[in-house]
Design a protein around this ligand. Structure first.
Ligand code: UDP
Length: 483
């Protein structure tokens, strides 16, 4: 009997990275791996303020720790805070992670850290793993197609596709340039490869960060993806030519659900309900009172920011559908650090009887609720996989990073989505929602496809399924590394 594997997990400190990393932590723990989940001190404090914060006490073999992020209060208030956070972590966070791992190794009853698992954007943690002489694994939080497109940003830059020469290139049809040479990806528009090709910055700061972060995954022992084999077979085949150790363990939401019914340690224990924003439980009671399949759910994830004009256009589009809707309007969704207060008063008055505006909700539970019949989404990868797992068709309005390629696959390859134009128009919002949820041939086709993908996602995550087996292989690899 060898040493117990001990995984130290460190995600980039935002919801889109923390959520899937927490799920992975739970799954590893449910299979006997000792887990240390590391937040930044700032987020740790924030989580303690929420109802779910009690879970930070952890449980047997699952502990939470925190390291400083190095940001000042001024940095935190800056519109540039994500970039500052990225740079600060890169500059100052490796040493605290190494020190934490060493301290844990000297603590009674704690096995030594035997591997580091990081999310995207924190590649400096690869160096921490090297210093600790343990293998590193990257949980890259996008689709496989999103990851491959991010890898290819370097070629796009070297071949002169990006940065754009001037602003006119954003609207003159240039972004429609066909790109048909990315192995594993069907022909796509340049604009769909990634938001980062839209840069006008001659230094390409964000573009280079993305391409460097993706390419640095080659230094890791393995790449973990929140997808499943049957969802993206061609791109996974192509990816494996470059990355031999790819573990497809998604959809993570489905894997968690399957593990909870697998008779093992309940994987929801320490992490479920741990969220940087307080979840509004009343929206579920509201959904309980709605007819099956009647409600449109709208959310743009944890980072997207829209202008007050876009918010108003969307709001009036929703009003025009005449349908009940649940809208997660988080504080900060609207430019100028605003939230639901930016909604037009007349819109609120007109739709009050058939809508629920929440700041934040338990999205997986909402999407799985029988009342929900459609999702208007920014096509973030977590949201997309949660919707696929729930069997809910989508109207997609992508705006950042991999969201464009996710939307392209959602609407094209998987046939479960309709895409809105970049310039939001209320008429199109209403028309697409109607086409998705109304009595139309397109709606029936999307519902059929959504039901098929839901079944495939469940099968992948169930015992014996491809994602289940992939997780088995990952755990085995972690155990071998511990000996
Ligand atoms: N989410 C949530 N409640 C909300 C809105 C979003 O729990 O009201 C969760 C959602 O379930 C998903 C995550 O926030 O797991 C958003 O991740 P995604 O990759 O979709 O978008 P990002 O936030 O990274 O842009």
């Amino acid at each position: 009997m060898g040493r117990r594997a001990h995984a130290m997990l460190f995600p980039f400190p935002c919801s889109g990275h923390i959520n899937p990393t927490l799920k992975l932590a739970e799954l590893l723990h449910s299979r006997g791996v000792y887990v240390t989940f590391v937040n930044t001190e700032h987020n740790h404090e924030r989580l303690l303020q929420t109802t779910g914060g009690l879970r930070l006490r952890g449980r047997d073999g699952f502990r939470f720790e925190a390291v400083p992020d190095g940001l000042s209060e001024e940095d935190r208030r800056s519109p540039d805070r994500t970039v500052r956070l990225y740079l600060s972590l890169k500059r100052s966070c490796s040493a605290p992670l190494v020190a934490l791992a060493r301290r844990l190794g000297e603590s009674d009853g704690v096995p030594p850290v035997t591997c580091v698992v990081l999310s995207g954007l924190v590649s400096f943690a690869l160096d921490a793993a090297e210093e600790l002489a343990v293998p590193a694994f990257v949980l890259w939080g996008t689709s496989a197609c999103g990851f491959v497109c991010t890898l290819r940003l370097r070629q796009l830059r070297e071949r002169g596709y990006t940065p754009l020469k001037d602003e006119s290139y954003l609207t003159n049809g240039y972004l429609d340039t066909p790109i048909d040479w990315i192995a594993g990806i069907p022909p796509v528009r340049l604009g769909d490869v990634s938001s980062f090709v839209r840069t006008l910055d001659p230094q390409c700061f964000a573009l280079r960060v993305e391409e460097d972060e993706a390419n640095s995954c080659a230094k890791a022992r393995g790449l973990i993806l929140n997808t499943f084999e049957d969802l993206e077979p061609d791109v996974l085949d192509a990816l494996r030519a470059e990355f031999p150790h790819v573990y497809t363990i998604g959809p993570l939401a489905a894997a968690m659900h399957a593990a909870a019914h697998d008779g093992g340690d309940h994987p929801g224990g320490a992490a479920a309900g741990l969220s940087l924003w307080e979840e509004d439980a009343a929206c579920v009671a509201w959904l309980d009172a709605q007819a099956p399949g009647s409600v449109l759910y709208i959310s743009f994830g944890s980072l997207a920011v829209m202008s007050p004009e876009q918010l108003a256009e969307l709001a009036w589009g929703l009003a025009a559908t005449g349908r009940p809707f649940l809208w997660a309007v988080r504080p900060g969704l609207v430019a100028g650090d605003r939230g639901a207060d930016a909604l037009p008063e007349e819109f609120v008055a007109e739709t009050r009887d058939r809508c629920f505006i929440a700041e934040w909700c338990a999205q997986e539970q909402v999407l799985r609720h029988p009342a929900v019949g459609g999702f208007l989404t920014h096509s973030g990868w977590n949201s997309t996989t949660e919707s696929i797992w729930a069997g809910v068709p989508m109207v997609c309005w992508p705006g950042f990073a991999d969201q464009y390629i996710n939307a392209k696959y959602t609407c094209g390859e998987w046939g479960v989505g309709l895409r809105l134009d970049e310039a939001l128009r209320r008429e199109q919002v209403a028309a697409h929602v109607e086409e998705m949820m109304g009595d139309t041939e397109k709606a029936r086709e999307m519902r059929r496809n959504a039901a098929r993908w839901k079944a495939e996602a469940e099968a992948a995550a169930a015992p014996g399924g491809s994602s289940y087996q992939s997780l088995d292989r990952l755990v085995e690899e972690l155990r071998l590394g511990a000996d």
